[in-house]
Design a protein around this ligand. Sequence first.
Ligand SMILES: NC(=O)c1ccc[n+]([C@@H]2O[C@H](COP(=O)([O-])OP(=O)(O)OC[C@H]3O[C@@H](n4cnc5c(N)ncnc54)[C@H](O)[C@@H]3O)[C@@H](O)[C@H]2O)c1
Length: 331
Amino acid sequence: MRVLITGGAGFIGSYLAEAYLKKGDEVYIIDDLSTGSLENIKSFQNNPHFKDRLFVFTDSIFNHDLMLELTGTCDAVFHLAAAVGVRYILDNPLESIKINIQGTEKVLELCAKFKKKVLIASSSEVYGKHLHAPLVETDNIIYGPSDKFRWSYAASKLMDEFTALAYFRTKGLKVIIARLFNTVGPRQSGAYGMVIPRLTEQALKNEPLTVYGDGTQSRTFTFVEDVVKALIALMENDAAAGEVFNIGGTEEISIFNLAEKIIKHTGSSSEVVLIPYEKAFEKDFEDMLRRVPGIEKIKKFIDFDPETDLDTILRHVIAYYREKLTSSSLI
Ligand SMILES: NC(=O)c1ccc[n+]([C@@H]2O[C@H](COP(=O)([O-])OP(=O)(O)OC[C@H]3O[C@@H](n4cnc5c(N)ncnc54)[C@H](O)[C@@H]3O)[C@@H](O)[C@H]2O)c1
């Protein structure tokens, strides 16, 4: 099979590419390296078993001719390219909306033209400001007003979902929507507000671990390899077309307790410091206080069991950052 991965040099895309290469498939990556990096694919790019089956295009999904050729060539498309991360969205508000809405529309249009099955990466952000748990795919959605810009990411991903479902309904496009909850693992960058890499780097440098708000906001974290298994299984499942799925773990932890866990795992001498949201972000920032996925639906379609627990995930991430920081002599 030939698989096209937009955003394939990103964190999740690089694991997905590697998984398909290991299965013996051909992988085509298009990535403009805005938040991704060739470093993410370096470990497998030069593997002699993969070399002839991996094709990397450092370009934007807005390059119409290239996307036309790649979509026409491949059998299945994973659309992961997006503006990602709260920090990134707040710093690049207009560009983020363009990539997330117009970019996805472009991908869907081409997949419909060539009748190629496509999986769209959506986000748990789509749910908005709920406090209940678990969040299920049929829940209502609650956002803040449009001058609170963090909701633009959620709204743009929701628009992607509507557009994808409209292509399914009107053109019969086989499209799957994956609402990813916090996905973590080695290679994830802390530069755009992702909490585990950010706190891990701080702990390894023995700097204060900066937790926003009062630290009681909670999340679940899913290991990237568990997520990738689910993405592949959904792509292989004919009944998944036209459906929306939560993908995430169910082990809920407050960010304060997460920070303390990271200090313990790293053996750091750091302390946890609480930073008010208005100091960390724009004055009118709002956080999602709780985000726990209901995974009953996905379990009915595929064998989904996110088996990697948080302690194991942290050990992997800490080992990765320890090596990275040591090689750049920062610790
Ligand atoms: N990591 C998570 O916890 C999480 C949670 C929810 C949803 N998601 C979604 O999963 C997908 C992958 O996220 P990730 O965590 O790997 O982030 P990432 O930033 O590592 O990956 C996104 C990739 O898209 C690329 N990209 C951006 N604009 C592009 C363009 N115009 N053309 C080509 N490439 C472009 C970036 O360079 C990057 O490599 C995204 O759609 C994201 O919204 C991720």
